[in-house]
Write a protein that binds this ligand. Structure first.
Ligand code: V47
Length: 371
């Protein structure tokens, strides 16, 4: 179905929405005030239509997924952020650490099943030295050179720099040399200093997160970006977060995809409530509209749930992430989605959303089109 923006312009009850629709039709950049207006608006269908108009211009009818696996080598973490139910102290009965062999076994299973990507992040244990992070990457790449290693968040990179007394550039160059291909977007949470102080006061701050990504881009390591929303942040703080990312993307062009992450409260010290589906869809759509310099917006089925993720593919998103196999971080916080999905299931979700399923690699190169 073709999306006609004129309908939105003509039928919008609200004048500001009509003028935003005009900007979208002309391909003009939205301002922070525009984004805030959309967050405060109840015109969900119109906002979704505008976002989907932009998405189809950028990505046509394609909706991407990847055959991948998440590996979290440990849940032991010094930071103990209040929004996170995954990281525990080393003394906690649920604490675990995988051996190198255990990690390699998981990579092998994925490789044999046609997997294209290992997404590896974890807690940050005080007793791990810098070499441990490099070794995990090096050993995976040595045994499975065809597998793309997307590993370690900016928070982990910052931590490695701290304990090794190296610069971000040195750490990232050494990891790249060991086989690191890309950085995932985790750890961004929310950039606002006020909100970060409440939910994650101890770990790398926003400027440090952004500097790691900037450095990675300079070294030609592509990265992803995230935003955790639905906890203590205000709508203004969400817009500020998107705006920071848009500025860096203008400078470097190194971000591949933006992933809004809906907060799940179960088992966290922060508590609170789940986001509504309306908020989830609006956040996806506004991200698509505001981040005009990002090619892809991911509807992460783990945090959104499969059904909302499927609808999000008609609200501006063009990617579902992947098969994942065993997601642990958001499951610790109560998500009801599956731990992993078969490629066939993702293909079916995408087809039923009216889109063309496209299997991709980490860098959004097409592996297979399911016509
Ligand atoms: O950084 C932690 C989030 C992130 C909770 O780059 C929570 O392609 C919801 O970043 N409720 C890790 N979310 C996941 C992540 C990610 C996932 C998929 C793809 C990519 C990518 C990145 O999970 C953490 C944090 O922001 N998280 N606790 C929670 N209670």
């Amino acid at each position: 179905m073709e999306i006609v923006i004129d309908d939105v312009i003509k039928t919008a009850q609200d004048k500001r929405l009509a003028s935003i629709a005009e900007k979208v039709a002309l391909g003009e950049r939205l301002s922070e005030e525009d984004a805030l207006h959309l967050f405060r608006s109840n015109e969900l269908a119109a906002i979704g239509q505008l976002a989907e108009y932009v998405n189809r211009k950028k990505n046509g009818m394609n909706a991407y997924f990847i055959i991948n696996r998440q590996i979290n080598p440990t849940n032991v973490c010094v930071y103990q952020c209040d929004f996170c139910a995954f990281g525990v102290k080393r003394s906690d009965p649920s604490a675990y650490e995988m051996s190198l062999d255990e990690v390699l076994k998981k990579v092998e299973e994925t490789y044999l099943a046609g997997g294209k990507e290992i997404h590896m992040v974890g807690g940050i244990p005080a007793h791990w030295g810098y070499e441990k992070y490099v070794e995990l990457v090096r050993e995976i790449k040595k045994r499975f050179p065809e597998v793309v290693v997307k590993a370690w968040t900016a928070i982990e990179i910052h931590h490695m720099a701290k304990i090794s007394k190296k610069s971000y550039e040195e750490v990232l160059s050494e990891l790249k040399e060991a086989g690191l291909d890309a950085l995932p977007g985790g750890g961004a949470e929310i950039f606002s200093e006020r909100a970060r102080k409440i939910i994650a006061p101890n770990k790398a701050n926003a400027q440090e997160y952004l500097e790691v990504h900037r450095t990675a881009h300079r070294l030609r390591i592509p990265t992803n970006a995230t935003m955790l929303y639905g906890h203590v942040e205000t709508l203004e703080e969400r817009v500020e977060h998107l705006s920071e990312l848009r500025k860096i993307q203008d400078e470097t062009g190194g971000f591949q995809v933006f992933i809004p992450l809906a907060y799940w409260p179960e088992g966290t010290r922060l508590g609170g409530r789940r986001t509504s589906s309306v908020d989830d869809l609006k956040t996806i759509a506004i991200s698509r509209l505001f981040l005009d310099n990002f090619q892809h917006i991911k509807a992460y089925w783990v945090t959104l749930g499969e059904k909302v993720a499927q609808i999000a593919l008609n609200f501006g998103a063009d990617d579902l992430d992947g098969t994942i196999e065993e997601e642990r971080i958001v499951h610790s916080a109560g998500t009801k989605s599956a731990y992993g999905h078969s490629a066939q299931r993702l293909v079916s979700l995408i087809k039923k959303a009216g889109k063309v399923p496209v299997e991709r690699d980490t860098f959004y190169r097409v592996v297979k089109v399911y016509d």
